[in-house]
Design a protein around this ligand. Structure first.
Ligand SMILES: [Mn+2]
Length: 203
């Protein structure tokens, strides 16, 4: 039996270009949380920074989008491209813990995120935002980001904001809990190294 927990470097780079957006994502799942983010939407960069910092993922995202229209295409396509990079980086998911969950508070706000690297896209999100905009980010686009991510990463994702009066706080607890849940799910389980975590034998 192999004692190696993982051999392949778990990183990926994806460039995705459409008539609406040009997006480059580089990530390293075994990083230390170093982020370089430039989406053109300040508060969105602040949220992506949470994924890197609290997920211990090194993350570079550069996006040129049609922000003269609105942020929709940019935020959705960053989710898609991040999801594509995630799928490449996890590979066949050998040794992965697979499931992750976290509760994260920020003052009055509290969110719970549960993730499963199931291979089946599914988003179940209940976040009653108390404001339509946070900075330059339309809070409706948070759903679009996660939908793009799950579709291309092939994960099941449950996101619940349980409490919160301030939309900045609500949003930040969602992204921090997502990051913490990712960190747990993406860890290599030393007791199951080299094993694909499914009785089906593939994910
Ligand atoms: Mn903040």
């Amino acid at each position: 039996m192999s004692t190696h927990s993982t051999i392949e470097p778990r990183n990926a780079e994806v460039q995705r270009n459409t008539a609406e957006t040009q997006i480059r994502v580089r990530l390293n799942l075994d990083g230390s949380g170093v982020a370089q983010l430039a989406t053109g939407i300040g508060f969105f960069d602040h949220m992506l920074d949470q994924i890197a910092r609290h997920g211990l993922i090194d993350l570079e995202i550069a996006a040129q989008g049609d922000l003269h229209i609105d942020g929709h295409h940019t935020v959705e396509d960053v989710g898609i491209t991040f999801g594509q990079a995630m799928a490449r980086a996890v590979g066949d998911k050998r040794g992965l813990r697979r499931y992750g969950h976290a509760y994260v508070p920020l003052d009055e706000a509290l969110s719970r995120v549960v993730v499963d690297f199931s291979g089946r896209p599914g988003l179940h999100m209940r976040v009653p935002f108390k404001a339509g905009m946070v900075g330059a980010l339309d809070t409706q686009l948070v759903y679009e980001f996660f939908q793009g991510f799950v579709n291309h990463a092939g994960v099941t994702l449950h996101i619940d904001n349980l409490f919160g009066d301030n939309a900045h706080h609500q949003c930040e607890t969602v992204f921090k809990a997502f990051a913490r849940a990712l960190r747990m799910a993406l860890e290599i389980d030393p007791r199951a190294a080299g094993v694909i975590p499914s009785t089906k034998g593939s994910l």
